[in-house]
Design a protein around this ligand. Structure first.
Ligand SMILES: *Cc1c(COP(=O)(O)O)cnc(C)c1O
Length: 497
């Protein structure tokens, strides 16, 4: 099998093996690592359909991570995808009406980030060995709510690693916040910032590419890495469940082999939907990739007009993990859609930083035509939660509801008969208040934690074990900082200077 190497979207000439790309997180020129060649999955459908999630993961991940041995990958997969997930299927498909929901929230933090972040620590540990790293790895992460907890859960107590998470102090749900600030583990640091997710992400990116800080780190025996979806080690494991969804439909006789399906994906940083794009490149028959945004509809505007403009009002919505105006992984799509034109990608990204916007030519827009943009207002999101519940007694969280609402609009506009999977990214229990309010049509008065039991009654299912004792867990992290103080906080944690 040919070795797959990784290069920067912004043209830095050095290519690196997967292990180094995973350790680095981001390329030195600020670009994102992309595979120089996208492999093909050539195993026959009948064989694929017989594989467990773990065996499928091995077949897909070995294509991308060619510098890992199969034994290493199999061990990482076994440790990641185990009883931390509350169902042996890991990513079950639930069909209600004509819509299939791919439930990616059965992991330890109840959001789809677990699918990748339960394996990333193992991939990173192996990568550090392969690269002969002697320094301690510092995972620096910005979170819109779910990445932070999933990364903390994955990296807590991992030897040779410290993890520092920045989250928007006023921009995550009460359950998300409580999950993070109660995180145990001597190597974990959780900091709220007075700013939004984009501020947190920009601050983290700036630290990654700050040569002086890197040098200080080096001297102190540390090296940065990232658990954000800019890390290729996050994206590759996410390709797996798109195949898994298709194979479940195949096994259930709901599609024929090679028949195309669509996916509707609630999108923020563009990581999840980009993994679907890679699945398509690998050979999965995908028709449309429906990119669903909330009121922060920068991607909808981009996909419909070709203009990306981050200078706009920022809204805090009930789908906080999608409250993002700078969708980092879009840079990878620009790279592929422009015919791997790294100089052009670099110019657009510079222009975005300096001017706040960029515009792509029609050739690039055409190359992205399998992506369809849509957005759902807060009202449409609540209505989607309510209508799915009324029709099927099935609960969906606000992120999933955004995708569902956008899918309904797409179907009304296009009449597209293609079978569609809605990617269900969080458990409704993470957003109990908004879900109950959507169903009852009025704002509940109880606090978020009492509402968990109320939601359990409504759903006729128990509160997921992962958050059952949340209200009584001690709060261990109390630091809050201004957005321009992030670097000082890191310096003080690591006792630099
Ligand atoms: C992170 C997240 C998203 C957005 O995924 P991206 O990969 O950032 O596009 C959607 N829903 C939930 C629940 C999330 O945690």
């Amino acid at each position: 099998m040919a070795e797959v190497m990784y290069r920067s979207t912004r043209g830095e000439s050095r290519t690196v093996a997967a292990a180094e790309a995973i350790v680095n997180g981001i390329a030195a020129d600020g670009g994102l690592y992309v595979p120089t060649e996208i492999p093909q999955l050539t195993i026959p459908w009948a064989e694929l359909a017989a594989l467990s999630y773990q065996d499928l993961a091995l077949q897909i991940m070995r294509l991308f991570l060619t510098d890992y041995t199969e034994v290493e990958l199999a061990a990482a997969i076994e440790q990641a995808y185990d009883a931390k997930f509350d169902t042996p299927a890991l990513a079950p498909l639930a069909t209600h009406g004509s819509v299939h929901f791919l439930e990616l929230y059965h992991g330890p933090t109840l959001a789809f980030k677990d699918m990748a972040l339960s394996i990333l620590p193992h991939l990173l540990r192996l990568a550090a060995q392969k690269c002969g790293l002697t320094q301690e790895v510092v995972i620096l992460t910005a979170t819109s709510g779910d990445t932070g907890k999933a990364a903390l859960e994955g990296f807590a107590e991992v030897p040779g690693v410290k993890i520092i998470v920045f989250f928007p102090e006023h921009g995550v749900s009460p359950v998300q916040k409580r999950q993070m600030v109660t995180q145990a583990g001597a190597n974990t640091y959780v900091i709220g910032i007075e700013g939004n997710f984009d501020d947190a992400q920009s601050g983290v990116k700036a630290m990654f590419t700050d040569a002086q800080l890197r040098q200080q780190m080096q001297q102190a025996g540390y090296v940065f890495s990232s658990a954000n979806s800019i890390n290729i080690g996050r994206l590759v494991p996410q390709v797996v469940y798109y195949y898994y969804a298709y194979l479940q439909l195949l096994s259930q006789g709901k599609v024929r082999a090679e028949q195309a399906i669509n996916f509707a994906v609630p999108t923020g940083n563009f990581g999840n939907i980009l993994a679907a794009y890679y699945a398509r490149c690998l050979g999965l028959p995908i028709g449309k990739l429906i990119c669903a945004s909330n009121t922060n509809k920068v991607l909808f505007d981009f996909l419909t007009t070709g203009v990306y403009n981050k200078d706009r009002q920022f809204f805090v919505t009930m789908s906080p993990s999608m409250d993002i105006l700078i969708s980092s992984n879009l840079e990878r799509l620009l790279y592929h859609a422009s015919g791997e034109n790294t100089a052009w990608v670099k110019d657009q990204m510079t222009y975005l930083t300096q001017q706040g916007h960029y515009q792509v030519p029609s050739t690039v827009q055409t190359a992205m035509s399998s992506f369809v943009g849509g957005y759902a207002t807060e009202e449409a999101t609540a209505a989607a939660i309510s209508s799915v519940y009324q029709q099927s007694h099935y609960l969906i969280d606000p992120h999933t509801a955004v995708a569902y609402a956008v899918l309904q609009q797409y179907l009304a506009d296009s009449g597209d008969p293609t079978p569609t999977v809605v990617v269900s990214t969080a458990s409704p229990f993470k957003f109990a208040k908004d879900v109950l309010e959507a169903i009852a049509g009025q704002q509940p008065t109880e606090d978020e934690f009492t509402l968990l039991s109320k939601l359990a009654q409504t759903a006729a299912q128990p509160v997921p074990a992962a958050i059952r004792d949340l209200p009584t867990r001690p709060i261990l992290h109390k630091t809050v900082c201004e957005k321009d103080e992030m670097r000082q906080v890191v310096e003080s944690i690591l006792q630099l200077s």
